[in-house]
Design a protein. Sequence first.
Lengths: 294, 246
Amino acid sequence: MNPAPSVIIFTVLSGLGFGFLAWLCSGIATPDGLHGLLVFALGYGLAVGGLVASTFHLGQPMRAWRAFTQWRSSWLSREAWVSVAALLAAAPVALGALAGREPGLWGLVAAALCLGTVLCTAMIYAQLATVPRWHHPLVPVTFVLFALAGGAILLPLPGVAAVLSAGLAAVLAIGFRIGDGRFAGAGSTLATATGLGRIGAPRVFEQPHTGGNYLTREMIHVVGRRHAARLRSIAVAGVALPALILPLLPPVAGVALALCAHLAGAFAARWLFFAEAEHVVGLYYGRRPLPEKG
Amino acid sequence: MTCLPGYTEKKLGLVIDLDTCVGCQACVTACKGWNDQGYGVPLSDQDAYGADPSGTFLNRVHSYEVQPDDGAAQIINFPRSCLHCEDAPCVTVCPTGASYKRIEDGIVLVNESACIGCGLCAWACPYGARELDAEAGVMKKCTLCVDRIYNDTLPEEDREPACVRTCPTGARHFGDLGDPDSEVSRLVAARDGFALMPELRTRPVNRYLPPRRKDAREDASLLAPLLDLQAQGFAGWLDRMLGKMG
Ligand code: SF4
Ligand code: SF4
Ligand code: SF4
């Protein structure tokens, strides 16, 4: 799939923002006073900035409000609802923090909505049977872990963040491995796509068009897969590093460095999430699934 | 509403004959032509006469080579358009309700004035049947020529999809695949028609008819007894004379 920058920025930043807000609302470590309000503002900035970035890739951004109507069937619509609910629910918690009040039970509701937003974002991808690499329960698990680990680094909750970072790195590495076998496992081939498998082994004789089209640009896009192995190492190392940095380095420098490592890993992982995802429509155009990596 | 109706009164769709399709692209052109003036915004082109032309089409014709275990390879032209699936994933993912499946005839349509151009439905379609129009920013797909098939202002013979009407070899058939007695259903039964990518459980309405082998004459065996017939008249006399001489 085409790794569109707006979508990568949106999913990474809003994920981090909602993860951060979830921790802030949970009451585990809620800063108070003016400092508390500013910290909440940072969370809002990341979360809302990401949401705004997501409208950049719409063909008709002015109609975005219509995305609220189909929550019964559509994960994208659910994401719209849950994100707005989360931002509204976190507001009284943020104002309470200014007055030095504990988030309490309401804070837990807001925290759940924040994580729910990240879950909905992940389900938009994980629901698609047409992209076998995404169509797996580890996808939502990875998205939520990214939010929790990033938020914990930012808070900072060094101990929790170190454990979550180590866990995220492991899940990410396992996810890469599982993902490599998903396309073949789904069983779609040019033979099933055309139904010509009943005669023999089909291959492309002539393309239906010599130029590009929406499908080839959006779904059959291949960029720099040669660098995939190196980027995978960067992604896993980036998200794992905070587990080492946080316990070893002094607080401020440690958190800053851990956040940089985490974000580098997150952007590399999210770029790969799109660039390595293969859509079954590529079969019609003669695209073979990537060979399995050993 | 982007929940699927679960039941449709008819299952209108296409049956595409891979045996007779010659890959002439007439249906591609007819579809583009009709839908430039019909349902919704026109199908735009970008850089149409330049170095990197690109445009929106609702129907594309591929060409494949298939190698059987024995015998010669076959070339098969393969038209690809929306299959009007019964369990259409493109409909349920749509956040705005713009994508829907009609209860009365099962046609899957996009209400373009509600579409935000998020592209998610195109991601959900396994068959590449949806293209986002670069000019209008809304999703385009095959309408099964809904503005022809019910159009009383057209002569009766034109009340079928433009691609079906134009096909010079009659490789495209239109009808109700929900009715087992319809011509299209009988065709599918007689020719062992099949659905594409059944493993994705989209339950397409459209069917494809398999191509026959073309490297051996099917009539060889059928006509064999006729070839033994005694020649009549002058040819018979000549045959007998030549036989005697031999
Ligand atoms: S072919 Fe694609 S666009 Fe058409 S109904 Fe099926 S899933 Fe939807
Ligand atoms: S592109 Fe339009 S029709 Fe497709 S899912 Fe988005 S809003 Fe619905
Ligand atoms: S039915 Fe109409 S819209 Fe669909 S492919 Fe044929 S000509 Fe195009």
